[in-house]
Design a protein around this ligand. Sequence first.
Ligand SMILES: N[C@@H](CCC(=O)N[C@@H](CS)C(=O)NCC(=O)O)C(=O)O
Length: 205
Amino acid sequence: MKLYFASGTCSFSPHIILQELGMPYDLVRVNNKTKETSEGNDFRTVNPKGYVAALQLETGTVLTEGPAIVQYLADLKPETGLAPANGTFARSQLQEWLSFVNSEIHAGVGPLFNPAFPEEARTIFKDKLAKRLDLIADRLADNAYLMGNTFTVADAYLFTVFGWFPHLAIDLGAWPAIAEYVKRIEARPSVAAARAREADIALVA
Ligand SMILES: N[C@@H](CCC(=O)N[C@@H](CS)C(=O)NCC(=O)O)C(=O)O
């Protein structure tokens, strides 16, 4: 398996999961501006969408979209509990969280990275985001993780997106349950291991 990643992006979520699985994998860095990869080719020949993450299987087939990738990975080792079994109601609830993180949080902060995004729109996005964060904080008030007491792929994804918040001047300290949650996941060995693996791959011009 080969994960195409770019530092500090949503590809960190499947990378955490690869580490959680303890399975061997290759890592290819993508320069998200030039689309050059550390293998010396144009990333768009691998993923025509041009964005990370992309997971290439041994067969050569490429899977894209973070929520799909992390579920595929989790199903390789169901015993890890990273995703409830397919076909169960719990699996639908996991997908509910993945969808929420994808469309409400990830897509909710994406435009804020664009310096050309107008100030008025920025305020509207941040206000909406605060409402979504209230919901997450409520959930985490009595639960260590989104799905309860078990760390799942949805947590790897949400943790990854929360990692961008300091760069957007959004202080999670206003939601103490979320701040604690971030610390809890930060302490997982998989997070440090994934960071170390990424740091080992030289930057691509
Ligand atoms: N819908 C995709 C979005 C992926 C995405 O937003 N990737 C960003 C990094 S977090 C990216 O590579 N952007 C570069 C680009 O769009 O050119 C998913 O959920 O996986």
